[in-house]
Design a protein around this ligand. Structure first.
Ligand code: ASP
Ligand code: MG
Length: 426
């Protein structure tokens, strides 16, 4: 008998029919003899609808009240799910984040979990109940107010519950089958991975993969939680996300797993490139520029600086498209101060990343990437690397073709086309 934490995303509980399907799946797990704790998201697009409503009554909704509002979405789904389980003859009890002991800091809309005290959950489990917890929310002890964890926060709720309760596995259910070698909507030949290391998962998520939220993966990595990302709509095994020293449970059962050098190819259309042209090539200029950009609140990703022949140089960097205007405005305001010649804004870029822990020990991984791009006649504008990742910036119109070519070059193509259940990945 195991303790299993399950998380169901909004698309899995979008209407009454779906809630009943999820209830059945939970009951089946219970019938198999396991203790079950469930973290549930708000139904379908509820959170977006509540946000729209808030913006209709106030241009800038008060953060405390916004959290009161948004946290209600998950309270609806938790109660309905508990009722559905009841009517199948099983004992189920729902709890809000604060009843479940999700203690957070006081940052409304982006609270961080600081402690989990699941006393009531343990009591309910001891009494034989299935436990349902509202995802995405917590409670701050100092302000005594309800908080929310940021969009997609129910993944983090589930992982934090799994850590606090010492669960055997945290199953994250969505409308996709697991983690793929690439986004199947971009690359139809993408394959589902049996497992991926948490460090690879973090790099993939940070570079455009959308199935799991970064903060949940970080939390799992820190607390040694085994994640199993799988589909609500099929009983097939999904993908295990393995922390340090963890083994794929199927390997323990005797299955032989291949260890590919490259785990996946991620694509990201969300960045823009800013070039600060004609920067005086003297010490301190990069520091000045990036201090200005940081103060504008823009989150810098890749940076390149050209060699200077003339005493001046160009510095290019990427930021999320949504941050570009603020960064440009801040830089323009300090043009004379910094002494650069002009600013160029380019939001027609795409980023391609190749991720794999095997890069540490295998040579030639980057050569394969550059050869594939060159054979496809695709121009590279920027390059950056980490220990287990190579990223390149390209024209956005080249990105899909480039990703397909590179996916093939690393031998990642599957035999069949991946099934996509119309999914959003949530
Ligand atoms: N309902 C919240 C959202 O849509 C939390 C979640 O789905 O994980 O962001
Ligand atoms: Mg949601």
């Amino acid at each position: 008998m195991a303790l299993i934490v399950q998380k169901y995303g909004g698309s899995s509980v979008a209407d009454a029919e779906s809630i009943k399907r999820v209830a059945k799946r939970i009951v089946d797990t219970r019938r198999a003899g396991h203790d079950v704790v469930v973290a549930v998201s708000a139904m379908g697009d509820t959170t977006d609808e509540l946000l729209d409503l808030a913006n209709e009554v106030a241009p800038i909704p008060a953060p405390r009240e916004l959290d009161m509002l948004l946290s209600s979405g998950e309270r609806i789904s938790m109660a309905l799910l508990a009722m559905a389980i009841h009517s199948m003859g099983f004992e189920a009890r729902s709890f809000t984040g604060s009843q479940a002991g999700m203690i957070t800091d006081s940052q409304h809309g982006a609270a961080r979990i600081v402690d989990v005290t699941p006393v009531r959950l343990r009591e309910a489990l001891d009494e034989g109940a299935i436990v349902i917890v509202a995802g995405f929310q917590g409670f701050n002890r100092d302000t005594r107010d309800i908080t929310t964890l940021g969009r997609g926060g129910s993944d983090t709720t589930a992982v934090a519950l799994a850590a606090a309760l010492g669960a055997d596995v945290c199953e994250i259910y969505s409308d996709v089958d697991g983690i793929f070698t690439a986004d199947p909507r971009v690359i139809p030949k993408a394959q589902k991975l049996d497992h991926v290391s948490s460090e690879e998962m973090l790099e993939l998520a940070a570079n455009g993969a959308k199935v799991l939220y970064i903060r949940a993966v970080e939390y799992a990595r820190r607390h040694g939680v085994l994640i199993h990302a799988r589909s609500t709509f099929s009983s097939a095994e999904g993908t295990y996300v393995l922390g340090e020293g963890m083994k794929n449970p199927r390997e323990a059962e005797g299955a032989v797993m291949e260890e590919p050098i490259v785990a996946g190819v991620a694509t990201d259309f969300s960045q823009a490139k800013i070039t600060v042209a004609g920067v005086p090539d003297v010490p301190g200029k990069a520091a000045e520029i990036f201090k200005i950009v940081a103060k504008s609140g823009a989150n810098v990703d890749m940076i390149v600086q050209n060699v200077s022949a003339t005493g001046r140089t160009d510095i290019s960097f990427t930021v999320p498209k949504a941050d570009a205007a603020a960064a440009l405005k801040a830089l323009a305001g300090e043009q004379t101060e910094v002494g650069f010649q002009n600013l160029i804004h380019d939001d027609q870029i795409g980023k391609l990343s190749v991720v794999g822990a095997g890069m540490r020990t295998h040579s030639g991984v980057s050569a394969t990437l550059f050869e594939a791009l060159s054979a496809g006649g695709i121009n590279i504008e920027m390059i950056s690397t980490s220990e287990i990742r190579i990223s390149v910036v390209l024209r956005d119109t080249d990105l899909t073709e480039a990703a397909r070519t590179v996916h093939t070059a690393y031998g990642l193509d599957g035999d069949a086309e991946a099934t996509v259940h119309a999914g959003t990945g949530r």
